[in-house]
Design a protein around this ligand. Structure first.
Ligand code: NAP
Length: 293
């Protein structure tokens, strides 16, 4: 009797790509010769969010970027957050600004992120940044969406003319990822909570990008044999580990390649935030040079 070995998808890890971006970012910070500064504004006591912010600060320090955390506390008013974002936008010593979520109850990111100067909006949160992305104008895309594309490129996954299903349509991940994929001339289908038959769409795709926040949503029936699957989902489990949206044990027997969670999109996202901050600082320096000449 012969047994057929189950296919095990190639793991598309973000570790090497993140290390490469970190290396280039460190060199660029040193070449600037002046301090590069990122400020993360927080207004929450959510431990996992604060842990993530501390990890950004640590990663920033490792590449030579000064990172301040402006902690406004979980009861900060919209007016206070708005005022802080306005001040930071006008402060010439600040190159990058991130407004961390969650925000206090009743305050939406989109209501405040318009205060972040688009030239410092390193996580593409200002609605103007999303508009620029849609219009094909220069600007910052949300780092997570860009990390999806960076991972696909790093692992040599072709996009032009391929069918890509994006599951999730948030302005933070799904929609900007779909726009970036369209820019690369993929044929993009965007699925969401009201999509009538999710598997009918995803199982036709060469590449599936999942950004929902529901562990196990995508199983073997959702994926075509050999497809590339990018799992953006990160849901904290009871034991403190992170769970993706993909049932990895099932999907890795069908897919050709799959990102791990953690260790896939996440590390690339953080390093891209830092690289965007250096982009902003380099632009400021060249603007100053132009004014002087
Ligand atoms: P979000 O704002 O809650 O959006 C979730 C999206 O999923 C919505 O568009 C929603 O559809 C859709 N959805 C919900 N249930 C669905 C279902 N059963 N079938 C298909 N679509 C469904 O979340 P987000 O901010 O985009 O984040 C998504 C996930 O990515 C989360 O796990 C988050 O933690 C993770 N994330 C990871 C990183 C990273 O660096 N790795 C960064 C950011 C976010 P509707 O629009 O119709 O409601």
């Amino acid at each position: 009797m012969t047994t057929t070995e189950p296919q095990i998808a190639t793991p598309l890890t973000g570790k090497h790509l993140a290390a490469e971006i970190r290396r280039r970012t460190t060199e660029r910070v040193a070449a600037l010769g002046t301090p590069t500064k990122l400020v993360v504004v927080t207004a929450t006591d959510d431990e996992s969010s604060l842990w993530y912010v501390r990890s950004i600060a640590k990663a920033a320090a490792a590449v030579g970027i000064d990172c301040d955390i402006a902690d406004l506390g979980p009861w900060a008013s919209a007016a206070r957050i708005r005022a802080v974002l306005r001040d930071l936008s006008q402060d010439p010593s600040v190159h990058g600004i991130i407004l961390q979520t969650p925000l206090p109850p009743g305050i939406a990111l989109a209501d405040l992120a318009g205060e972040i100067d688009p030239s410092k909006d390193v996580d593409g949160a200002n609605p103007a940044s999303l508009g620029r992305l849609a219009a094909g104008q220069p600007g910052f895309a949300p780092a997570t969406a860009e990390a999806v594309l960076a991972l696909l490129d790093h692992h040599g996954v072709p996009l032009e003319g391929r069918n890509v299903a994006v599951v999730g349509r948030s302005t933070v991940v799904g929609t900007p990822a779909a726009l970036l994929l369209l820019e690369r001339r993929a044929t993009v289908t965007v699925c969401h909570s009201r999509t009538a038959d999710l598997a009918a769409h995803t199982s036709q795709a060469d590449v599936v990008v999942v950004a929902v926040g529901k562990p196990g949503l995508i199983n073997a029936a959702h994926v075509a044999p050999g497809a590339v699957v990018i799992d953006v989902g990160t849901t904290p489990s009871d034991d403190g580990s992170l769970l993706g949206d993909v049932d990895a044990a099932e999907v890795e027997r069908v897919a050709g390649a799959l990102t791990p969670v953690p260790g896939g999109v996440g590390p690339v996202t953080t390093t891209l935030l830092l690289s965007h901050t250096v982009d902003a600082a380099e632009r400021t320096q060249s603007d100053v040079r132009e004014i002087r000449t």
